[in-house]
Every structure is written in C-alpha cells, then in structure tokens.
Design a protein around this ligand. Structure first.
Ligand code: C5P
Length: 409
C-alpha cells in the first residue's frame, strides 16, 4: 500500500470498527481502505445483522485482520476476550450506527459481541448514524442521540440526500472521507490544533452551612457541549465545571469545583489559554457560611444570612493584566430585551463576544436540550435559529476556528 496518503493524525492508530446492519454497511469496505491508506489499522466487529449486507470475508480481506462476529465463539474467547478486544483500540467507530444499534447502546444492552464490546470499552466512541429519514427524525431516535451525546459519544453525520429506500432527507451515513476527517480531528488535527481553550460550565453551589447551599437551575449542557466541540476541532480543552450530572466530555481535562471562588481559582490556574468561554451560571453572591448546621429553634429569630459578592470570572479573564486570552466569550441569559442587555454586558465585561439567550421559562432553555441564541460581537448582532445545544456548540466552535484562521480579527 502506497504511503503518500499517510496522515499524521491516523498513522499507527488502531480503530475498532463496529459494523451495524444497514444498507450503508456497503460503504464500510471503502472506509477500511481509506483508514488503512492513512496508516491506521482496523479491527472489524460485525453485528449479526451486518453480515446480511457485507460479508465478513470482504472486511477481513480489506483489513487484513480477523473479523469478529459472535460473542459466544469459544475459540475467539480463548484467544482474545471481548474485554481485551474493546481495550486494545485507540477509538471505537460505529458505522453504520442503525436506529436499533443506537437504541441498544443507549440501554446498555450487551446481547451480542458488538454491543458487549461497546459496553466494555474504555475508549472514545464515535458513531456514524445511517437510517431512513423517518427513523432518524423519530423522537425515540432523537432522544437516543441526545443521550449518547450526553454519555460522551461523538457523532459524524448523517447527511441529507436521497436514500436507498427511495426517500429524501437526513439519514444517509457520512461518506467514508467525512468519517476519516472526523477521526483526524479527533486525533488532534483540527483547525484549533495547538490552541488551549478554557471553558466554564454548570452552576456553582454556595454553602449556607455544612448541609445547605444556594444553587441555580443550570444543567451545564451548553458549556459541556462547547468543550466537546472545541476538542473535536483539535483544541486542548480545560473544562472547569460546577456540580452537574453530566459525563466528562471525551478528551477534555475536567476540573470539578463547587463554589464561585473555587471556579475562579481553577480558571486562574488553567491560564495561559488562547480562548476562554464562560458558560457557567456563577452565583452572584456567596454566603458567609456557618461552620455548624443552622438549627431551627422555636421562638428564636430567623437566621441572618450574610451575603458577599462573588468575583466576576468572565470580567476577570477579560481584564487580566498578564494573561488575557486572545478571545474571551461570555453568555448572557436574559428574560427580556435580550440584545440590548447583552450588548451592554459585552461592554461592561470587556469580553469579545457575548452569546445571548432568552431563558424566560416559556423557552425551556434552562435544563432543556435546545437553545436560540444571538451572537453579539463588534459587528451586527447575529441571531441563530433555535437548535440543539450541541449544534450551538458546534457552530460557536466553527466561529472560533474561523476567528483564529483569520488572524484573530
Ligand atoms: O452578569 P451575568 O451573570 O449576567 O453574566 C453572565 C456571564 O458572566 C456568563 O458568561 C457567566 O459565565 C459570567 N459570569 C462569571 N462570573 C460571575 C458571574 C457571571 O464568569 N460571577
């Protein structure tokens, strides 16, 4: 095999390729060929259904490896257990990821070798969904997609176009070269390669006493998605996160904190950074916390909570005397006059861009999966249509890449 296409990102990398049972499996031989051209090795694992669309022999010939198909193949279990199989790769790629396979991944099923490997792996997982447009748009699939992303799975595609079933719309598996490009970005060859991004996410908890605290409704979904999107464009990412129920984004350095003061200190320690994106909902005030649990006592005065103002982390980074990141981005959660208030906030906090969003209860932004934002920069405000928080994150990361690609203007 010629080495003129060897890619720095993929050379020597081992891809465990889980092949699902859909017609898009016919693109898998080409995917294997292109990965191998770039110096990666590919170990195919087929679901039972996949073998209906492409033969194990074809994948074995192209990968020059044994193709794994069944969980209870005793010879294979003796030679290589499924745990070992799942661990010896640098990444697990699921292509095509059918609606059924995505649902099984979400439920944690281990009903055959392919799903067992996906459960047992400790490596990043990337899926390339492929299915009929109705199946893709079905709320169950969209729920499963959101859950997989929340679990740290990265997604490439699907594309829009005409489908094998004769319908038109989103659901076509990403082309082999698009999957290759996503893998190259994953392995650090994206446009943000060499840059360090600092992201804050989630709420802060401000203790009142050892058992109580003041908090807010931030889920951290938007900030975590931004960290993942910057990472997938090749940045080194430090995510400073308040308490959330979210999994750590794959490949991101996560610093977990509770209070605003801890978040400020963690951000300071993470400098220098080229990019800072403050998506955390930092509490404005902290309480002069009691050392002991406050007691409710009949007839006694109510406890007097003394508040102190928390440092503004965003303003601190924007005005940093020695180590101001080249691009500082804040969020403005408003319930009215969004653009006007956000524009004033950009000036007040001396940040470069503000991502403004309407968090009035009717929008369901807080805790929800979707967001409608307006980007406020030195140029005209730019309103983006409502979209998934993951898409807001990807679009913002693309804008950041564009900014650095144009000399930071
Ligand atoms: O002032 P306000 O809280 O509306 O500003 C929101 C923006 O400022 C967000 O980007 C948030 O992460 C950041 N912020 C901060 N530290 C604070 C308060 C807000 O970084 N103490």
């Amino acid at each position: 095999m010629g080495d003129e296409t060897v890619s720095a990102a993929l050379a020597g990398k081992r891809v465990l390729l889980v092949v699902g049972g859909g017609i898009a499996a016919v693109k898998v031989p080409d995917l294997i060929r292109r990965l191998r051209e770039r110096g990666a090795s590919v170990c195919p694992v087929m679901t039972r259904a996949a073998a209906e669309f492409v033969t194990p022999l074809a994948l074995s010939a192209l990968s020059e490896e044994k193709v794994f198909t069944e969980l209870f193949d005793l010879t294979d279990e003796a030679e290589m257990g499924h745990i070992q199989l799942s661990r010896q790769a640098d990444i697990v790629v699921v292509a095509p990821a059918t609606a059924n396979l995505m649902a099984r991944m979400v439920s944690g099923m281990a009903d055959e070798l392919a799903t067992t490997v996906l459960m047992a792996t400790d490596k990043p997982v990337m899926i390339a969904p492929a299915m009929n447009v109705r199946m893709w748009l079905h709320p169950a699939t969209q729920r499963n997609l959101a859950q997989l992303q929340a679990d740290g799975v990265s997604v490439v595609g699907p594309n829009e176009g005409s489908m094998a079933c004769g319908e038109f719309g989103p659901g076509r598996m990403a082309e082999p070269m698009e999957i290759v490009a996503a893998l190259e970005r994953h392995f650090g060859q994206g446009p943000l390669k060499g840059l360090h991004a600092l992201v804050t996410s989630g709420p802060t908890h401000e203790p009142i006493d050892p058992v109580r605290y003041i908090a807010n409704r931030s889920s951290g979904k938007q900030g975590h998605a931004i960290a993942a999107a910057l990472r997938s464009l090749g940045a080194r990412v430090t995510l400073v996160s308040g308490p959330t129920a979210l999994a750590d984004p794959v490949g991101v350095d996560v610093v977990r904190v509770e209070t605003a003061l801890q978040m400020r200190d963690a951000c300071e320690s993470a400098l220098p950074a080229d990019i800072a994106i403050c998506a955390a909902a930092v509490a404005d005030w902290r309480v002069d916390a009691a050392g002991q649990k406050l007691k409710k006592q009949a007839g006694q005065a109510l406890p007097d909570l003394k508040l102190a103002e928390n440092p503004d982390i965003l303003a601190g980074l924007s005005g940093h005397a020695q180590q101001r990141p080249r691009l500082v981005i804040g969020f403005a959660a408003e319930t009215q006059n969004v653009v006007e208030y956000a524009t004033a906030k950009r000036a007040k906090k001396s940040c470069d861009w503000i991502v403004a969003n309407d968090v009035s209860p009717a929008t369901g932004t807080f805790g929800g999966d979707r967001n409608a934002v307006t980007l406020i920069s030195a140029a005209e405000p730019e309103s983006w249509p409502p979209m998934a928080k993951t898409e807001v994150a990807e679009r913002l990361a693309e804008r950041v890449a564009w900014y650095f690609g144009h000399g930071g203007e």
